[in-house]
Design a protein around this ligand. Structure first.
Ligand SMILES: Nc1ncnc2c1ncn2[C@@H]1O[C@H](COP(=O)(O)OP(=O)(O)OP(=O)(O)O)[C@@H](O)[C@H]1O
Ligand SMILES: [Mg+2]
Length: 306
């Protein structure tokens, strides 16, 4: 089967700054692919190159089997792009906004399509509500409804759930899974770790560079990061001392526990040994979380950048 996205060596520069540097990914059809990375790492820029809104300075590839350089018009007709910023007419109702989008696409059978999208996203009984009066979660649903009106094969969702509460985020993700189950491919950028875990595979970008990619478990395993969990009295004092200790790269508090991580298990254990000998302090092996891995990757990439 043709992959939904297959690009190699993409580069984008703005002035003297290279904001996407030698980026390659392959996303199989029907996958939910997560895009993660710190602010300014190039997620939005990459998404815009994939759907033909920006021309790369180098690199090539295909989106839905079409050339991203020469067939961008055809790509746009088959892609639903949800931009990072809410962009609807605030003084029009939900249904009017969708009708407007359907007209822009020149879609036949507008009434049926708008009604279908309203139903699908549970917006039918709010159809007359003004877009400007919707809460964050409902705005995102309207935006998703607008993306699927023209029955695209690929959805590019740029931080679709930023600032949305956990219940609304979960429902939004249930819908993404339904859409993928129906055969759509979804590329979705996010800063939320729980959302990364709902993807079939993820890519992590930092400062324009692809640092790692693959299924979440593989990304964690491949990171080479070792993590120990410390519990006991006076963790604040232990955390301060460990921050400065050789072999320790990161210390993060989780309630009554510390996550202490570093790339070298022996050096990490040497740093922890004096603390483990203190009364009431326990040191145990644990798996690094995805967040531990990302911060580790980001630390490394800052070094490269400098
Ligand atoms: N049109 C532009 N002109 C100049 N610089 C740009 C332009 N668009 C983006 N940039 C710069 O490119 C870099 C990458 O930006 P981009 O928006 O792709 O990052 P991002 O990963 O989507 O960040 P965020 O998580 O904040 O959305 C940033 O440094 C940004 O300032
Ligand atoms: Mg962005």
């Amino acid at each position: 089967m043709t992959p939904a996205i297959d690009v190699h060596g993409l580069v984008k520069r703005f002035g003297a700054k290279t904001v996407v540097d030698d980026f390659s990914i392959r996303v199989e059809a029907g996958q939910i692919y997560g895009f993660l990375g710190p602010n300014g790492s190039g997620k939005t820029t990459t998404i815009r190159m994939l759907c033909g809104l920006l021309t790369p300075d180098a690199g090539e590839g295909r989106c839905l089997g079409l050339d991203i350089r020469t067939e961008s018009a055809a790509i746009k007709r088959q892609v639903g792009y949800m931009t990072q910023k809410f962009s609807f007419w605030e003084d029009l109702s939900i249904a009017e906004n969708l009708d407007f989008v359907a007209r822009m696409y020149g879609l036949p059978d507008r009434k049926r399509r708008v009604a279908g999208a309203l139903d699908r996203l549970g917006l039918a009984n709010r159809r007359a509500q003004l877009a400007g009066e919707l809460s964050g979660g409902w705005k995102q649903r309207l935006a998703l409804a607008a993306c699927i009106l023209h029955e695209p094969k690929l959805l590019l969702l740029d931080e679709p759930t930023a600032g949305v509460d956990p219940k609304a985020r979960r429902e939004f993700w249930d819908e993404i899974h339904h859409l993928a189950h129906d055969g759509l491919t979804v590329l979705v950028s996010t800063h939320y770790m729980d959302e990364a875990e709902r993807c079939h595979a993820i890519a992590y970008l930092a400062y324009g560079k692809l640092m790692t990619q693959g299924p979440v478990d593989a990304v964690i395993a491949r990171s080479g990061l070792v993590t120990r969990e410390v519990s006991g009295p006076d963790l604040g004092r232990i955390a301060d001392a460990l921050q400065a200790a050789p072999g320790v790269e990161m210390v993060a508090a989780f309630g009554a526990r510390l996550h202490v991580s570093g790339p070298d298990g022996a050096a990490l254990d040497a740093a922890l040994r004096p603390w483990a000998a203190e009364a009431g302090v326990r040191v145990e092996a644990t798996e690094p979380t995805l967040e531990d891995v990302f911060i580790h990757l980001m630390n490394r990439s800052t070094d490269n950048f400098q």
